[in-house]
Design a protein around this ligand. Structure first.
Ligand code: TYD
Ligand code: MG
Length: 454
Protein backbone atom coordinates (compact mmCIF):
# COMPACT_ATOMS: atom_id res chain seq x y z
CA UNK A 1 0.00 0.00 0.00
CA UNK A 2 1.29 3.37 -0.88
CA UNK A 3 2.10 5.56 2.06
CA UNK A 4 -0.26 8.46 2.37
CA UNK A 5 1.65 11.67 2.41
CA UNK A 6 -0.09 14.79 3.67
CA UNK A 7 0.02 17.19 0.79
CA UNK A 8 -0.82 20.79 1.04
CA UNK A 9 -2.17 23.26 -1.45
CA UNK A 10 -2.41 27.02 -1.40
CA UNK A 11 -5.76 28.77 -1.46
CA UNK A 12 -6.42 32.40 -2.20
CA UNK A 13 -8.49 33.86 0.64
CA UNK A 14 -9.96 36.39 -1.73
CA UNK A 15 -11.28 34.25 -4.56
CA UNK A 16 -10.70 30.66 -3.40
CA UNK A 17 -8.34 29.85 -6.27
CA UNK A 18 -6.21 26.75 -5.68
CA UNK A 19 -2.51 26.56 -6.48
CA UNK A 20 0.14 23.89 -5.86
CA UNK A 21 2.68 26.45 -4.65
CA UNK A 22 2.79 29.77 -2.90
CA UNK A 23 2.54 32.87 -4.99
CA UNK A 24 2.77 36.48 -3.97
CA UNK A 25 -0.07 37.41 -6.25
CA UNK A 26 -3.10 35.29 -6.98
CA UNK A 27 -3.15 34.68 -10.75
CA UNK A 28 -6.96 34.42 -10.76
CA UNK A 29 -8.01 37.60 -9.00
CA UNK A 30 -4.78 39.56 -8.92
CA UNK A 31 -4.82 40.20 -5.16
CA UNK A 32 -1.50 40.31 -3.34
CA UNK A 33 -0.57 38.27 -0.24
CA UNK A 34 -3.76 36.28 -0.08
CA UNK A 35 -2.47 32.70 -0.44
CA UNK A 36 -2.78 30.44 2.62
CA UNK A 37 -1.56 26.88 2.98
CA UNK A 38 -4.09 24.15 3.76
CA UNK A 39 -4.06 20.35 3.63
CA UNK A 40 -5.13 18.98 0.30
CA UNK A 41 -8.40 17.07 0.43
CA UNK A 42 -8.49 13.48 -0.74
CA UNK A 43 -11.88 14.05 -2.34
CA UNK A 44 -11.24 17.53 -3.55
CA UNK A 45 -13.55 17.10 -6.49
CA UNK A 46 -16.45 18.35 -4.42
CA UNK A 47 -19.72 18.88 -6.24
CA UNK A 48 -19.93 22.28 -7.87
CA UNK A 49 -22.28 24.60 -6.06
CA UNK A 50 -24.94 24.54 -8.72
CA UNK A 51 -25.09 20.77 -9.10
CA UNK A 52 -27.47 20.19 -6.25
CA UNK A 53 -30.00 18.15 -8.19
CA UNK A 54 -29.42 14.44 -7.86
CA UNK A 55 -31.35 13.33 -10.96
CA UNK A 56 -30.25 14.41 -14.39
CA UNK A 57 -32.31 17.25 -15.79
CA UNK A 58 -33.24 18.12 -19.36
CA UNK A 59 -33.48 21.49 -21.06
CA UNK A 60 -37.02 22.83 -21.01
CA UNK A 61 -38.70 25.56 -22.97
CA UNK A 62 -38.95 28.65 -20.80
CA UNK A 63 -42.59 29.25 -21.74
CA UNK A 64 -43.58 25.80 -20.60
CA UNK A 65 -42.19 26.32 -17.10
CA UNK A 66 -45.03 26.74 -14.68
CA UNK A 67 -44.70 29.90 -12.69
CA UNK A 68 -45.58 29.01 -9.14
CA UNK A 69 -46.15 32.61 -8.14
CA UNK A 70 -43.95 34.19 -5.59
CA UNK A 71 -44.14 32.52 -2.26
CA UNK A 72 -42.26 34.34 0.39
CA UNK A 73 -42.07 33.66 4.07
CA UNK A 74 -42.34 36.66 6.35
CA UNK A 75 -39.74 36.87 9.10
CA UNK A 76 -42.03 39.06 11.26
CA UNK A 77 -39.59 41.92 10.92
CA UNK A 78 -40.66 44.61 8.47
CA UNK A 79 -37.19 45.96 7.84
CA UNK A 80 -35.67 42.52 7.28
CA UNK A 81 -38.56 41.48 5.04
CA UNK A 82 -38.25 44.63 2.97
CA UNK A 83 -34.52 44.32 2.49
CA UNK A 84 -34.97 40.72 1.35
CA UNK A 85 -37.51 41.89 -1.21
CA UNK A 86 -40.69 41.07 0.74
CA UNK A 87 -39.77 38.09 2.90
CA UNK A 88 -37.42 35.17 2.50
CA UNK A 89 -37.79 32.88 -0.53
CA UNK A 90 -38.06 29.13 0.21
CA UNK A 91 -34.76 27.44 -0.53
CA UNK A 92 -32.76 30.68 -0.36
CA UNK A 93 -29.36 30.79 1.26
CA UNK A 94 -28.91 34.17 2.93
CA UNK A 95 -25.57 35.31 4.31
CA UNK A 96 -25.51 37.96 7.04
CA UNK A 97 -22.05 39.43 7.57
CA UNK A 98 -20.79 41.88 10.12
CA UNK A 99 -18.15 42.71 12.69
CA UNK A 100 -18.12 40.94 16.04
CA UNK A 101 -20.67 42.31 18.50
CA UNK A 102 -22.68 44.21 15.92
CA UNK A 103 -25.82 42.14 16.45
CA UNK A 104 -25.85 39.29 13.92
CA UNK A 105 -26.78 36.66 16.51
CA UNK A 106 -29.30 39.01 18.10
CA UNK A 107 -31.05 39.75 14.83
CA UNK A 108 -31.20 36.13 13.78
CA UNK A 109 -32.47 34.95 17.16
CA UNK A 110 -35.08 37.67 17.06
CA UNK A 111 -36.69 36.01 14.03
CA UNK A 112 -37.91 32.84 15.80
CA UNK A 113 -38.74 34.61 19.06
CA UNK A 114 -40.97 37.13 17.30
CA UNK A 115 -42.40 34.68 14.79
CA UNK A 116 -44.08 32.01 16.90
CA UNK A 117 -45.60 30.27 13.88
CA UNK A 118 -42.23 29.69 12.21
CA UNK A 119 -40.57 26.42 13.19
CA UNK A 120 -36.91 27.33 13.36
CA UNK A 121 -33.76 25.33 13.86
CA UNK A 122 -31.10 27.61 15.30
CA UNK A 123 -27.69 25.98 15.02
CA UNK A 124 -25.08 27.60 17.19
CA UNK A 125 -21.41 26.81 16.90
CA UNK A 126 -20.30 29.77 18.96
CA UNK A 127 -22.48 29.83 22.02
CA UNK A 128 -23.84 27.20 24.35
CA UNK A 129 -27.54 26.40 24.49
CA UNK A 130 -27.71 28.22 27.85
CA UNK A 131 -26.18 31.37 26.45
CA UNK A 132 -28.70 31.39 23.63
CA UNK A 133 -31.49 30.89 26.15
CA UNK A 134 -30.30 33.88 28.18
CA UNK A 135 -30.29 36.01 25.07
CA UNK A 136 -33.73 34.80 24.05
CA UNK A 137 -35.05 35.77 27.49
CA UNK A 138 -33.68 39.26 26.97
CA UNK A 139 -35.35 39.51 23.61
CA UNK A 140 -38.72 38.46 25.01
CA UNK A 141 -41.38 37.12 22.67
CA UNK A 142 -42.50 33.58 22.28
CA UNK A 143 -39.93 30.91 21.48
CA UNK A 144 -41.98 27.73 21.63
CA UNK A 145 -41.24 26.85 18.00
CA UNK A 146 -37.54 27.61 18.19
CA UNK A 147 -35.13 24.71 18.53
CA UNK A 148 -31.53 25.34 19.58
CA UNK A 149 -28.86 22.94 18.43
CA UNK A 150 -25.29 23.36 19.57
CA UNK A 151 -23.17 21.58 16.95
CA UNK A 152 -20.29 22.33 14.64
CA UNK A 153 -20.15 19.25 12.41
CA UNK A 154 -22.16 20.16 9.34
CA UNK A 155 -23.03 16.52 8.55
CA UNK A 156 -24.86 16.23 11.89
CA UNK A 157 -26.55 19.57 11.38
CA UNK A 158 -27.94 18.55 8.01
CA UNK A 159 -29.05 15.16 9.33
CA UNK A 160 -31.02 16.80 12.16
CA UNK A 161 -32.46 19.40 9.82
CA UNK A 162 -33.62 16.74 7.37
CA UNK A 163 -35.30 14.82 10.19
CA UNK A 164 -36.90 17.90 11.70
CA UNK A 165 -38.00 19.72 8.51
CA UNK A 166 -38.10 23.22 10.02
CA UNK A 167 -39.53 26.25 8.20
CA UNK A 168 -36.24 28.08 8.62
CA UNK A 169 -32.71 27.14 9.56
CA UNK A 170 -30.20 29.59 11.02
CA UNK A 171 -26.49 28.69 11.17
CA UNK A 172 -24.36 30.82 13.50
CA UNK A 173 -21.65 30.97 12.09
CA UNK A 174 -20.17 29.56 8.89
CA UNK A 175 -16.64 29.95 10.30
CA UNK A 176 -17.30 27.54 13.18
CA UNK A 177 -18.82 24.76 11.06
CA UNK A 178 -16.74 22.01 9.53
CA UNK A 179 -17.28 19.10 7.20
CA UNK A 180 -16.13 15.69 8.43
CA UNK A 181 -14.64 14.66 5.10
CA UNK A 182 -12.01 17.39 5.15
CA UNK A 183 -8.86 17.67 7.24
CA UNK A 184 -8.51 21.42 7.36
CA UNK A 185 -9.52 23.44 10.40
CA UNK A 186 -12.94 25.11 10.74
CA UNK A 187 -12.87 28.59 9.27
CA UNK A 188 -10.29 27.73 6.61
CA UNK A 189 -11.02 28.54 3.00
CA UNK A 190 -11.70 24.98 1.92
CA UNK A 191 -13.98 24.31 4.91
CA UNK A 192 -16.01 27.46 4.36
CA UNK A 193 -16.45 26.60 0.69
CA UNK A 194 -17.49 23.05 1.50
CA UNK A 195 -19.87 24.00 4.33
CA UNK A 196 -21.53 26.67 2.21
CA UNK A 197 -21.87 24.28 -0.73
CA UNK A 198 -23.45 21.62 1.48
CA UNK A 199 -25.88 24.12 2.98
CA UNK A 200 -26.78 25.38 -0.47
CA UNK A 201 -27.49 21.86 -1.66
CA UNK A 202 -29.62 21.26 1.42
CA UNK A 203 -31.56 24.50 0.96
CA UNK A 204 -32.29 23.88 -2.71
CA UNK A 205 -33.27 20.24 -2.24
CA UNK A 206 -35.47 20.76 0.80
CA UNK A 207 -36.81 24.24 -0.09
CA UNK A 208 -35.98 25.27 3.47
CA UNK A 209 -34.53 28.78 3.65
CA UNK A 210 -31.19 28.98 5.43
CA UNK A 211 -29.71 32.05 7.10
CA UNK A 212 -25.96 31.83 7.43
CA UNK A 213 -23.97 34.14 9.65
CA UNK A 214 -20.46 35.13 8.60
CA UNK A 215 -17.73 37.11 10.30
CA UNK A 216 -15.95 40.04 8.79
CA UNK A 217 -12.22 40.47 8.64
CA UNK A 218 -10.50 43.62 9.79
CA UNK A 219 -10.50 44.85 6.21
CA UNK A 220 -14.28 44.74 6.16
CA UNK A 221 -14.67 41.67 3.97
CA UNK A 222 -16.69 38.63 4.86
CA UNK A 223 -14.04 36.27 6.18
CA UNK A 224 -13.35 33.42 3.83
CA UNK A 225 -13.13 33.40 0.11
CA UNK A 226 -15.08 35.68 -2.15
CA UNK A 227 -16.63 32.50 -3.53
CA UNK A 228 -18.79 32.38 -0.41
CA UNK A 229 -20.55 35.48 -1.68
CA UNK A 230 -20.91 33.87 -5.10
CA UNK A 231 -22.41 30.69 -3.67
CA UNK A 232 -25.17 32.26 -1.58
CA UNK A 233 -28.31 33.88 -2.98
CA UNK A 234 -28.41 36.96 -0.77
CA UNK A 235 -25.66 38.84 1.06
CA UNK A 236 -26.67 41.26 3.80
CA UNK A 237 -24.05 43.27 5.60
CA UNK A 238 -24.34 44.85 9.01
CA UNK A 239 -22.61 48.17 9.48
CA UNK A 240 -22.56 50.42 12.47
CA UNK A 241 -20.91 53.61 13.56
CA UNK A 242 -18.24 52.64 16.06
CA UNK A 243 -20.46 50.72 18.41
CA UNK A 244 -23.08 53.46 18.52
CA UNK A 245 -26.59 52.19 18.98
CA UNK A 246 -27.66 52.46 15.33
CA UNK A 247 -27.02 49.55 13.00
CA UNK A 248 -27.42 49.60 9.27
CA UNK A 249 -28.19 46.43 7.37
CA UNK A 250 -27.33 46.72 3.71
CA UNK A 251 -28.16 44.36 0.89
CA UNK A 252 -25.08 43.76 -1.25
CA UNK A 253 -26.40 40.96 -3.39
CA UNK A 254 -29.95 39.72 -3.82
CA UNK A 255 -31.08 37.19 -6.38
CA UNK A 256 -34.70 37.80 -5.40
CA UNK A 257 -34.91 41.54 -5.00
CA UNK A 258 -33.15 44.82 -5.34
CA UNK A 259 -29.73 45.50 -3.92
CA UNK A 260 -28.67 48.79 -2.41
CA UNK A 261 -31.58 48.42 -0.01
CA UNK A 262 -30.92 49.58 3.46
CA UNK A 263 -32.54 48.93 6.82
CA UNK A 264 -31.85 50.74 10.05
CA UNK A 265 -32.02 49.20 13.51
CA UNK A 266 -31.38 50.50 16.96
CA UNK A 267 -29.75 48.25 19.55
CA UNK A 268 -31.75 48.48 22.76
CA UNK A 269 -31.69 46.58 26.02
CA UNK A 270 -34.12 44.08 24.57
CA UNK A 271 -32.75 43.49 21.12
CA UNK A 272 -32.77 45.34 17.84
CA UNK A 273 -35.60 47.77 17.28
CA UNK A 274 -36.68 48.52 13.72
CA UNK A 275 -36.26 52.15 12.75
CA UNK A 276 -38.88 52.53 10.03
CA UNK A 277 -38.22 56.22 9.44
CA UNK A 278 -34.45 56.77 9.40
CA UNK A 279 -34.76 60.45 8.47
CA UNK A 280 -35.95 61.16 11.99
CA UNK A 281 -32.59 60.18 13.41
CA UNK A 282 -30.41 61.51 10.67
CA UNK A 283 -31.58 65.10 10.58
CA UNK A 284 -30.59 67.65 13.17
CA UNK A 285 -32.34 68.02 16.48
CA UNK A 286 -31.37 71.67 16.90
CA UNK A 287 -34.09 74.20 16.11
CA UNK A 288 -31.90 76.95 14.77
CA UNK A 289 -29.45 75.70 12.18
CA UNK A 290 -25.77 75.76 13.10
CA UNK A 291 -23.25 76.74 10.50
CA UNK A 292 -21.56 73.94 8.59
CA UNK A 293 -24.58 71.69 8.24
CA UNK A 294 -26.83 70.99 5.28
CA UNK A 295 -29.51 68.38 4.75
CA UNK A 296 -29.42 66.12 1.71
CA UNK A 297 -32.35 64.18 0.28
CA UNK A 298 -30.89 60.89 -0.77
CA UNK A 299 -32.13 57.68 -2.23
CA UNK A 300 -30.99 54.27 -1.18
CA UNK A 301 -32.60 51.35 -2.94
CA UNK A 302 -36.32 51.90 -2.96
CA UNK A 303 -36.33 54.35 -0.11
CA UNK A 304 -35.66 58.02 0.05
CA UNK A 305 -34.53 59.69 3.21
CA UNK A 306 -32.93 62.83 4.49
CA UNK A 307 -29.78 63.16 6.47
CA UNK A 308 -27.41 65.80 7.66
CA UNK A 309 -24.04 66.58 6.09
CA UNK A 310 -21.59 68.33 8.40
CA UNK A 311 -18.51 70.25 7.35
CA UNK A 312 -15.85 72.14 9.22
CA UNK A 313 -13.62 74.56 7.35
CA UNK A 314 -10.74 76.14 9.21
CA UNK A 315 -7.41 77.74 8.37
CA UNK A 316 -4.71 75.19 7.71
CA UNK A 317 -2.08 75.06 10.40
CA UNK A 318 0.44 73.24 8.28
CA UNK A 319 1.58 74.06 4.79
CA UNK A 320 -0.61 71.48 3.12
CA UNK A 321 -4.29 71.73 3.88
CA UNK A 322 -5.96 68.63 5.28
CA UNK A 323 -8.99 67.07 3.67
CA UNK A 324 -10.78 64.40 5.57
CA UNK A 325 -14.16 62.78 4.96
CA UNK A 326 -16.10 60.24 6.98
CA UNK A 327 -18.70 58.34 4.99
CA UNK A 328 -17.90 60.20 1.77
CA UNK A 329 -15.30 59.68 -0.93
CA UNK A 330 -12.44 62.06 -0.19
CA UNK A 331 -11.53 62.28 -3.87
CA UNK A 332 -15.03 63.46 -4.64
CA UNK A 333 -14.72 66.03 -1.83
CA UNK A 334 -11.47 67.27 -3.39
CA UNK A 335 -13.20 67.55 -6.73
CA UNK A 336 -16.08 69.57 -5.26
CA UNK A 337 -13.61 71.87 -3.51
CA UNK A 338 -11.77 72.36 -6.80
CA UNK A 339 -15.08 73.29 -8.46
CA UNK A 340 -15.74 75.84 -5.72
CA UNK A 341 -12.28 77.27 -6.20
CA UNK A 342 -12.20 77.42 -9.96
CA UNK A 343 -15.84 78.05 -10.89
CA UNK A 344 -17.05 80.16 -8.00
CA UNK A 345 -13.87 81.82 -6.81
CA UNK A 346 -13.74 80.59 -3.23
CA UNK A 347 -10.19 80.20 -2.00
CA UNK A 348 -10.33 77.00 -0.05
CA UNK A 349 -6.88 75.70 -0.93
CA UNK A 350 -5.41 77.14 2.26
CA UNK A 351 -8.20 75.71 4.42
CA UNK A 352 -8.55 72.40 6.21
CA UNK A 353 -11.84 70.76 5.30
CA UNK A 354 -13.45 68.02 7.36
CA UNK A 355 -16.64 66.34 6.24
CA UNK A 356 -18.90 63.99 8.14
CA UNK A 357 -22.09 62.14 7.21
CA UNK A 358 -24.64 61.76 9.99
CA UNK A 359 -25.38 58.37 11.48
CA UNK A 360 -22.23 56.69 10.17
CA UNK A 361 -23.73 56.38 6.70
CA UNK A 362 -21.53 55.71 3.70
CA UNK A 363 -22.78 57.89 0.91
CA UNK A 364 -22.37 57.07 -2.75
CA UNK A 365 -25.44 58.87 -4.08
CA UNK A 366 -24.23 61.84 -6.21
CA UNK A 367 -27.35 63.76 -5.15
CA UNK A 368 -25.50 64.67 -1.96
CA UNK A 369 -22.98 66.85 -3.81
CA UNK A 370 -25.05 69.99 -3.45
CA UNK A 371 -25.49 69.48 0.29
CA UNK A 372 -21.73 68.91 0.65
CA UNK A 373 -20.95 72.15 -1.16
CA UNK A 374 -23.50 74.07 0.90
CA UNK A 375 -22.21 72.63 4.18
CA UNK A 376 -18.65 73.61 3.23
CA UNK A 377 -19.66 77.14 2.24
CA UNK A 378 -21.84 77.50 5.30
CA UNK A 379 -18.92 76.63 7.57
CA UNK A 380 -16.55 78.80 5.57
CA UNK A 381 -18.80 81.89 5.90
CA UNK A 382 -20.05 80.89 9.34
CA UNK A 383 -23.51 81.43 7.97
CA UNK A 384 -26.18 78.94 8.98
CA UNK A 385 -28.55 77.46 6.44
CA UNK A 386 -32.16 77.56 7.70
CA UNK A 387 -33.19 74.26 9.27
CA UNK A 388 -36.13 73.79 6.88
CA UNK A 389 -34.03 73.80 3.70
CA UNK A 390 -32.65 70.71 1.98
CA UNK A 391 -30.78 69.83 -1.20
CA UNK A 392 -30.83 67.17 -3.93
CA UNK A 393 -28.55 67.63 -6.93
CA UNK A 394 -25.25 66.59 -8.40
CA UNK A 395 -22.47 69.07 -9.12
CA UNK A 396 -20.53 68.79 -12.37
CA UNK A 397 -16.95 69.72 -13.11
CA UNK A 398 -17.85 73.00 -14.76
CA UNK A 399 -19.85 74.07 -11.73
CA UNK A 400 -23.19 73.21 -13.28
CA UNK A 401 -25.89 71.72 -11.07
CA UNK A 402 -27.21 68.53 -12.57
CA UNK A 403 -30.47 66.69 -12.04
CA UNK A 404 -30.57 63.40 -10.15
CA UNK A 405 -32.74 60.30 -10.39
CA UNK A 406 -36.25 60.28 -8.96
CA UNK A 407 -36.27 63.86 -7.83
CA UNK A 408 -40.03 63.71 -7.19
CA UNK A 409 -39.58 61.04 -4.56
CA UNK A 410 -36.95 63.11 -2.81
CA UNK A 411 -39.12 66.21 -2.87
CA UNK A 412 -42.06 64.20 -1.55
CA UNK A 413 -40.03 62.82 1.34
CA UNK A 414 -38.70 66.29 2.19
CA UNK A 415 -42.22 67.73 2.19
CA UNK A 416 -43.48 64.88 4.36
CA UNK A 417 -40.81 65.66 6.94
CA UNK A 418 -41.80 69.32 7.10
CA UNK A 419 -39.08 70.91 4.99
CA UNK A 420 -40.20 74.16 3.40
CA UNK A 421 -37.66 74.54 0.63
CA UNK A 422 -35.62 72.17 -1.53
CA UNK A 423 -32.87 73.12 -3.97
CA UNK A 424 -32.72 71.03 -7.12
CA UNK A 425 -31.19 71.41 -10.56
CA UNK A 426 -32.97 73.71 -12.99
CA UNK A 427 -32.90 70.84 -15.46
CA UNK A 428 -34.84 68.53 -13.16
CA UNK A 429 -38.41 67.83 -14.24
CA UNK A 430 -40.72 68.49 -11.34
CA UNK A 431 -44.00 69.19 -13.17
CA UNK A 432 -46.02 66.53 -11.44
CA UNK A 433 -44.77 67.42 -8.02
CA UNK A 434 -47.78 68.52 -5.98
CA UNK A 435 -46.19 68.64 -2.57
CA UNK A 436 -46.45 71.53 -0.22
CA UNK A 437 -42.84 72.66 -0.52
CA UNK A 438 -41.07 75.40 -2.42
CA UNK A 439 -38.83 73.93 -5.11
CA UNK A 440 -35.93 76.25 -5.90
CA UNK A 441 -34.16 75.55 -9.17
CA UNK A 442 -30.53 76.46 -9.58
CA UNK A 443 -28.39 76.11 -12.68
CA UNK A 444 -24.86 76.55 -11.38
CA UNK A 445 -22.82 77.12 -8.26
CA UNK A 446 -22.56 80.94 -8.51
CA UNK A 447 -26.33 81.32 -8.80
CA UNK A 448 -26.81 78.93 -5.88
CA UNK A 449 -24.51 81.07 -3.76
CA UNK A 450 -26.45 84.19 -4.74
CA UNK A 451 -29.77 82.61 -3.81
CA UNK A 452 -28.67 80.93 -0.60
CA UNK A 453 -26.10 83.22 1.00
CA UNK A 454 -27.50 86.60 -0.02
P1 TYD B 1 -24.40 39.87 19.05
O1 TYD B 1 -25.70 39.60 18.40
O2 TYD B 1 -23.88 38.85 19.99
O3 TYD B 1 -23.29 40.19 17.97
P2 TYD B 1 -22.62 39.24 16.91
O4 TYD B 1 -23.38 37.97 16.86
O5 TYD B 1 -22.75 40.06 15.65
O6 TYD B 1 -21.21 39.08 17.32
O7 TYD B 1 -24.54 41.30 19.73
C1 TYD B 1 -23.96 41.51 20.93
C2 TYD B 1 -24.00 42.94 21.33
O8 TYD B 1 -25.30 43.48 21.40
C3 TYD B 1 -23.41 42.99 22.69
O9 TYD B 1 -22.43 43.99 22.69
C4 TYD B 1 -24.56 43.29 23.58
C5 TYD B 1 -25.56 43.94 22.70
N1 TYD B 1 -26.96 43.61 23.03
C6 TYD B 1 -27.80 44.62 23.49
O10 TYD B 1 -27.39 45.77 23.61
N2 TYD B 1 -29.10 44.33 23.75
C7 TYD B 1 -29.61 43.08 23.61
O11 TYD B 1 -30.81 42.85 23.87
C8 TYD B 1 -28.74 42.04 23.16
C9 TYD B 1 -29.24 40.65 22.99
C10 TYD B 1 -27.43 42.35 22.88
MG1 MG C 1 -22.68 36.09 17.40
Amino acid sequence: MATTKTKTVWYCTSCGNESPKWMGRCPACGEWNTMVEEPRQASSKSVPAAAYRSERSKPVQLNSVEATGETRVSLCNNELDRILGGGIVPGALVLIGGEPGIGKSTLSLQIPTHCPGLKTLYVTGEESVRQVKMRADRLGGNSENCFIYSETLIDNVLEEAKAMQPDLMIVDSVQTMYAGNMDSAPGSVSQIKEVAAQLLRFAKESEIPVILIGHITKDGYIAGPKVLEHIVDVVLQFEGENKGSYRILRSIKNRFGSTSELAVFEMTGSGLREVSNPSELLIPMHEQGLSGTAVAAMLDGTRSFLFEVQALVSSAVYGTAQRSATGFDVRRLNMLLAVLEKRAGFHLSAKDVFLNMAGGLKITDPACDLAVICAVLSSNFDFSIPADVCFAAEVGLSGEIRPVAQVDRRIGEAARLGFKKIYVSSFASTEHCKDDIEVVKVADVPSLVKKLFR
